[in-house]
Design a protein around this ligand. Structure first.
Ligand SMILES: [Zn+2]
Length: 420
């Protein structure tokens, strides 16, 4: 059993919205044992001096797609790369994100047509065969045929090949019974939660963010069967109209909500305890009027981002001015690669989100969203020894979470990306 005393210059503990000066953390094995001004050093304890840095809990990204390699080739890779390539990329992304201070991620579905690659990656990490972030995952997108998740649309000019891909993916189809079966299989083979593609999107050629393809009966069936098995359901949702409908059905978690320009909707979500992960980053180029970045998107995405620009900008203000707890999710590989978690902090701070609200998002709010509120997202006795440290000023520098200075996961210290 390894024991460490970590001396913190400043400490954000994930529980209270302050930076505490000169605190010490006692780590025993893979858990935090004590946090105080001075902790008594047990014999053999190793001292880690972070007195020139700000220490936080290991951070959490609640919305990534870990089975992609590079965001610029994601559509090509979805169709043409081998399933094993996608599964192994999850291991690569897990390592890279951990070395950047994001010690837990939630994988929101993939297009691994052999199924369950990320379940296997998670098992290999948990067994200690590889190192990387802890993974909470939904193996497959659950989507209707032609829904936003149906990536066989990428080659719909070739119906024979497109149908072959569609048939081999476990999450696509139509009808409440079909979706009951899909959800049961996801859980049977290791899902931690269910991810539903309810709205269309920006990142797809054939549909738009106001479209939705499930019938009420299909959505209700997914939610009902998931809840029977104590699974939360997270939904990719854009329009307020669809969100109201889903809240009435008992949805647990709404992702994106980039068109939520209705303050009453956010109040209702808060009152009902519906989690909200707004994933600011993918819409930055149009909200922040960055033409250079916008031109890097696919033609279809550029067209849609421009079409919805004003609505996106209005909704961003409504979300920032609301008091719903915000989750922290990058939606990478939408833009940037899946391990570059610090970009969402930049998006939040430059949109006017208070830094402590953004830090809470990446720690205690996300811990709750991942159903791990007593294990991750805080530096307090009993929590996993998942700890990061940063040299830049977290309260003033939007790029602060892009440069991780120190990382420990499960009580083990790793060289950060800056060191290797
Ligand atoms: Zn996503």
């Amino acid at each position: 059993m390894k024991t460490y005393i970590i001396k913190c210059g400043k400490l954000y503990d994930g529980k209270t919205d302050v930076l505490q000066d000169k605190m010490e953390i006692l780590v025993e094995d893979n858990r935090i044992k004590e946090v105080d001004k001075h902790v008594a050093a047990p014999a053999g304890a190793e001292v880690i001096d972070l007195s020139d840095a700000t220490v936080t809990p290991g951070l959490i990204d609640a919305h990534v797609h870990f089975s992609f390699g590079d965001w610029r080739t994601r559509s090509h890779d979805a169709i043409y790369e081998a399933p094993i390539y996608k599964g192994m990329y999850a291991l690569y992304n897990a390592k890279k994100s951990m070395l950047r201070g994001f010690t837990t991620i939630r994988h929101c579905g993939c297009n691994c047509d052999d199924g369950y690659s990320v379940v296997v990656a998670k098992r290999l990490l948990n067994d200690g065969h590889f190192v990387g972030s802890r993974i909470v995952q939904a193996p497959h997108y659950v989507s209707t045929t032609r829904g936003h998740g149906d990536f066989s649309q990428l080659i719909m000019t070739n119906p024979k090949l497109s149908t072959y891909i569609w048939e081999n993916y476990p999450g696509f189809g139509s009808g409440p019974d079909m979706f009951r079966e899909v959800v049961r299989r996801q859980v049977k083979y290791g899902a931690d939660f269910i991810k539903m593609f309810a709205s269309g999107g920006f990142n797809s050629e054939a549909d738009g963010p106001e479209d939705y393809t499930f019938t009420d009966e299909e959505m209700q069936a997914i939610i009902e069967v998931s809840h029977q098995m104590h699974m939360k359901v997270a939904s990719h949702t854009y329009s307020p109209e669809l969100a109201y409908k889903q809240i009435g059905m008992g949805i647990d978690d709404i992702e994106h909500g980039a068109l939520f320009n209705d303050p009453k909707l956010l109040d209702l979500m808060k009152q009902k305890g519906v989690h909200f992960v707004p994933t600011f980053t993918p819409y930055e180029s149009v909200i922040k009027l960055d033409e250079d970045n916008l031109r890097k998107q696919t033609p279809g995405m550029q067209r849609k981002l421009r079409k919805y620009q004003e609505w996106l900008m209005d909704a961003r203000k409504v979300i920032v001015n609301s008091d719903i707890p915000l989750g922290y999710g990058t939606d990478f590989v939408a833009v940037h690669n899946p391990y570059e978690g610090g970009w969402e902090y930049n998006s939040m701070l430059t949109s006017g989100v208070d830094p402590f609200r953004a830090l809470a998002a990446a720690t205690r709010v996300n811990a709750d969203i991942l159903s791990m509120p007593n294990d991750i997202g805080a530096i307090a006795p009993g929590y996993y020894a998942d700890i990061a440290a940063w040299k830049r000023d977290l309260l003033t520098d939007p790029h602060a979470l892009l440069d991780c200075y120190f990382v420990m996961k499960d009580g083990v210290v790793y060289k950060t990306e800056q060191d290797i």
